[in-house]
Design a protein around this ligand. Structure first.
Ligand code: 4AZ
Length: 263
């Protein structure tokens, strides 16, 4: 079975260290892919995407992304919240750079994790955080349960995050973004077999790879037409040919998310 990437950024550090150690032992590889955004994309700002939140530890070290959908509610991945408590997490808005100190930092008063969540490849990878006080940023709208047509094969989706710019690489200090096409469920099932659960997941990326989310991008948005339609969830490696990124299919969870937002 593959080694699926579904760790939060903190967990991915060991991988990077092991890779660095291997490189040191073996000598520099003769050809290394140029480091790229997210993987393959461009720098952007939280001014352009004000709903883009950093999920951090108490020392404001970013480990996942999240999307502000109401002044006090953030949608993220369930797998980002494993082992976290309301006192261990912070949400940081309006901060384009990981090493910045600007923006707004909020504590979390409630963490709702989908009750069915057991692991990324079993689906239900969605969580909603309630903030202790409002964020002063524009929110994103999100799909309703009837919007299933947004996932048409080939539709352009936007991904965002501070994650690593290559598998096992370093995080990007500046927020990055890229666009990727929605992939058909049958193509995704060809890649991932029974780990791809079409009711709960949607894939995006190029057959040839090259553009993808990566470690640390988890929990962040997949936008289709400026509407939150997916949550960065998992994949085999990052940007590898034949292995697209897998996102939570938010239409499936829209009613549950709305119930949390109204609670
Ligand atoms: C992660 O570990 C992660 N290429 C996120 C997305 C993908 C792989 C890993 C998809 O946060």
């Amino acid at each position: 079975m593959f080694g699926f990437n579904r760790a939060k950024k903190a967990a991915a550090v060991g991988v990077a260290t092991a890779a660095a150690a291997a490189t040191a032992l073996l000598g520099a590889p003769s050809a290394v892919a140029a480091p790229q955004p997210i993987v393959g994309g461009t720098t952007t700002t939280t001014t352009a995407y004000p709903f883009m939140m950093q999920l951090t530890d108490a020392w404001q070290n970013q480990f996942c992304g999240g999307t502000l959908v109401s002044p006090t509610k953030v949608v993220t991945a369930a797998h980002c919240m494993v082992g976290e408590t309301t006192s261990s997490v912070r949400v940081v808005g309006g901060r384009t750079y990981l090493n910045g100190t600007n923006g707004a930092v909020r504590q979390v008063s409630k963490i709702w994790i989908h009750p069915g969540y057991t692991g990324t490849t079993n689906g239900d990878d969605v969580a909603v955080l309630t903030l202790s006080s409002s964020m002063p940023y524009t929110t994103a709208s999100y799909v309703s349960s009837s919007d299933t047509g947004v996932y048409a094969t080939g539709a352009t989706a936007r991904i965002l995050g501070w994650g690593t710019t290559s598998s096992g690489g370093s995080s990007s200090n500046q927020l990055r973004t890229a666009t990727v096409p929605i992939m058909s469920d049958s193509s995704c099932a060809s890649s991932y077999g029974s780990d791809f659960i079409a009711s709960d997941m949607v894939c995006a990326g190029y057959t040839s790879g090259g553009v993808d989310t990566c470690q640390g991008d988890s929990g962040g948005p997949l936008l289709i037409g400026d509407v939150l339609a997916g949550i960065t969830s998992w994949g085999k490696g990052c940007a590898a040919p034949g292995y697209p990124g897998v996102y939570t299919r938010l239409t499936t969870f829209s009613s549950l998310v709305t119930a949390q937002i109204n609670s």
